[in-house]
Design a protein around this ligand. Sequence first.
Ligand code: PLP
Length: 446
Amino acid sequence: ELQAAPTPAPTAHSEALFARARAVTPGGVNSPVRAFRSVGGTPRFIARADGAYLTDADGTRLLDYIGSWGPMILGHNHPAVRGAIADALQYGTSFGAPGEREVLLAELVTRLTGVDRVRFVSSGTEATMSALRLARGVTGRKFIVKFRGNYHGHADGLLVEAGSGLLTNADGALGAAAPSSAGVPEEYAGLTLVSEYNDPAALDALMAARGSEVAAVIFEPVVGNAGVLIPTPEFLAALHRVKTHGALLIADEVMTGFRLSLGGATGLLGLRPDLICWGKIIGGGLPVGAYGGRAEVMDFVSPQGPVYQAGTLSGNPLAMAAGLATLSALEADPDLYARLGAYTTALADGLRDAASAAGVPISINHIGSMLTAFHLDAPDGSVRTYTDAAASDTKAFARWFQGMLGRGVYWAPSQFESIFVSGVHGDAELNATLDAARAAYVDLGR
Ligand code: PLP
């Protein structure tokens, strides 16, 4: 028996807060996807978060699949993380001088991931931006390569993706691409070459033509930012070949680090990047990013070497405490990743059955605790590139999203995002999600 269409939850407090926010903040939000532009409706202002649930400003409890866009792998307001922050808080909030927690977290990160040295910053954006400066400093080269539909934060040179021509734009320059934001000078964008994810031949061709000018190739080892895209073994092999051109390989594990395994996607997929970037989970919900690699590369960073990089709040004691508590809890629970994978597989199976029963075409990509259900008619696992993903019916997704939200399930508010499962999503959450999904697909199929 399917649930009846839900009675709409009250949103008066969120609406009032959104109106006030719009008066004082661009678009009413401090990060664009929170504004619900691609799904419509009022963004829910959140008053608190516990375990797998958010409570909005109107008192409605929502089952959360965003997990703050990745950090909350243990669930919200985890007692060990809250306790570690509370403990650190007794001793002051920022020193502007080194402290023991930075050493402890660096020791833990290097042990879990195999890098020799790590430098802490305050966001994923800073991590990728700094890693690129380091790669340019080490190689003495200017150009970088990124992949269409991969997101590495909002530094100028990374807000670039291919235009309509994949490898060739109007002036015929191989790999050249246009900025994807106003305010990014063409000269900056011109130093970023763009290739297609999961297209080893395109990457080989680009490197054959331009490889001697390329400082680094940066990539998401599993893409979350075009929806989930899983790399093929052939593409991973092509990524490793970029090293033969003297370019550094930078794995952006801001999303996948400590999520797909304790050693990240790098550990799971057997990658050997020169540099790795982290964010999200490494700070356990507080602002932390990091980048790391072999000693001889990292020792180019100041004050050891000539590549400048600094931060007033870098290594902040509260943030380090949250990161230490989170990574320690992950390490103390060796079955966690298997449980996350089992939940996500069951979720994928349930969504597939529900959609197909309602006659709604979807194509699911999932790995570990990351999943995207693309609204398009293709076999599961066949969406491999940004171009494949972009064929999704975003209007159908938006209607399904609203159907889920109306039934108390807070999915990521864009077709081109991953959802994130946490360690406190259990049977009750799975059943509630699939009940809501069955009804939302039926509404959509009507
Ligand atoms: N890299 C990846 C793969 C990301 O997913 C993100 C954020 O979503 C970033 C970098 C940027 O991180 P931040 O938002 O902390 O600056």
